[in-house]
Design a protein around this ligand. Structure first.
Ligand SMILES: C[S@@+](CC[C@H](N)C(=O)[O-])C[C@H]1O[C@@H](n2cnc3c(N)ncnc32)[C@H](O)[C@@H]1O
Length: 339
């Protein structure tokens, strides 16, 4: 049986497991290893499981990795843990393809105290010493290690099969001096996930304040109409490529006659209302334009809210992506193109 570690946002762990159960995959859930980290076993290979989950387009599943080897850590101190993990890595290093870049990703559950970055470097040095080349940014293969209180799990896989080449799917961005808000990371991650590179054009940002998404779009060469009754950050309001329309999105729809290459919507409002506004803006999107929006979810009936929102949008749009990204909070990100 193949053991697989899977990851979602901690608050979406049960939703993620429900989605996996509803996707018709053959597996047994074994247990939770940490917040938003579970382990299951299946009678199909890791890569076949990966193909099946990708085809199912699951919303809450963020990352998977194989757990080919399980080391018992009962009574193991930090030194023993490192020795045990290194001994296993030493055994499998010869099976790694020499000509393709690899990365080592070590994670741990919150209740384990160990120096995972030190261990990661030691394993990487060990593997590099037998002629394999390290490529952390864009690995072809990933050696994944997950350490919890009683056990450590080790597995080797093609990066593409893990759903994300970031450890646990945790795509982190650096806060730069020009970053306006953490919200920027949601848009950056969505564009990266969709493999879209924006090079100019006209953009409409609904619910723009304090201006993170507008800033990102302007930085990519767009002329941005930023719509929000709230104020924009000073640097954003001074940006010559960003025009602030200090009004509600609903009112902007009445007076506007422009067409846009990209419409984004991060408005803090009920999913149905937000989807309804995006329906009203369909005529402003160029035929090959794209919409990126968030569905803000309240705790109750999250799946029902998502389904209703998508059903409404399908009247005029095709859904390209529906995903809870790492940088989403209580929300999912949706990408759409016109039908
Ligand atoms: C999460 S913030 C947006 C953050 C923004 N994406 C950024 O990167 O800085 C949500 C915004 O939606 C705006 N909003 C809520 N309802 C709106 C409406 N009907 N029309 C326009 N903006 C609205 C709020 O004023 C708030 O500034």
């Amino acid at each position: 049986m193949q053991k697989i570690i899977f990851t979602s946002q901690p608050a979406s762990a049960e939703l993620c497991l429900n989605e996996l159960n509803g996707a018709g995959l053959s597996f047994n859930f074994l247990k939770w290893l940490g917040a938003g980290v579970g382990i299951l076993e299946t009678d199909i290979s890791f890569s076949d499981f990966s193909v099946a989950v990708r085809e199912s387009r699951l919303i809450f599943l963020r990352h998977i990795c194989p757990a080919d080897i399980v080391i018992s850590l009962e009574n193991a101190g930090a030194a023993n843990l490192n020795q045990a993990v290194l001994a296993v890595c030493d055994n499998i290093k010869d099976t790694l393809p020499k000509d393709s870049g690899f990365s080592v990703q070590v994670r741990r559950s919150a209740d384990v105290k160990c120096d995972i970055s030190g261990l990661q470097h030691t394993i990487a040095d060990e593997i590099s010493s037998c002629g394999c080349s390290l490529n952390v940014r864009c690995p072809v293969n990933i050696l994944s290690v997950y350490i919890c209180r009683d056990e450590a799990y080790i597995g080797m896989s093609a990066a593409a099969d893990n759903l994300s080449s970031w450890p646990g799917g945790m795509r982190r961005y650096a806060m730069l001096p020009q970053t306006v808000s953490r919200a920027e990371f949601k848009l950056l991650e969505a564009l990266e996930y969709l493999n879209i590179s924006i090079k100019g054009g006209r953009a409409l940002d609904l619910g723009a304040a304090p201006g993170g998404w507008s800033r990102v779009l302007a930085e990519k060469g767009c002329l941005v109409d930023a719509v929000d009754p709230a104020d924009l950050a000073e640097a954003v309001s001074k940006n010559p490529n960003i025009t602030h329309h200090k009004c509600l999105a609903q009112d902007f729809a009445q007076d506007n006659n422009r067409s846009y290459d990209i419409i984004v919507n991060d408005m803090k409002m009920d999913v149905q209302q937000s989807a309804g506004i995006i329906m009203d803006f369909a005529g402003f999107l160029k035929p090959d334009g794209i919409v990126i929006m968030t569905f803000k979810l309240v705790k109750k009936n999250r799946m029902a809210a998502i389904r209703k929102g998508i059903e409404l949008l399908q009247g005029k749009y095709e859904c390209l992506m529906l995903k809870q990204l790492f940088n989403n909070r209580s929300e999912v990100t949706v990408a759409l193109k016109r039908k």
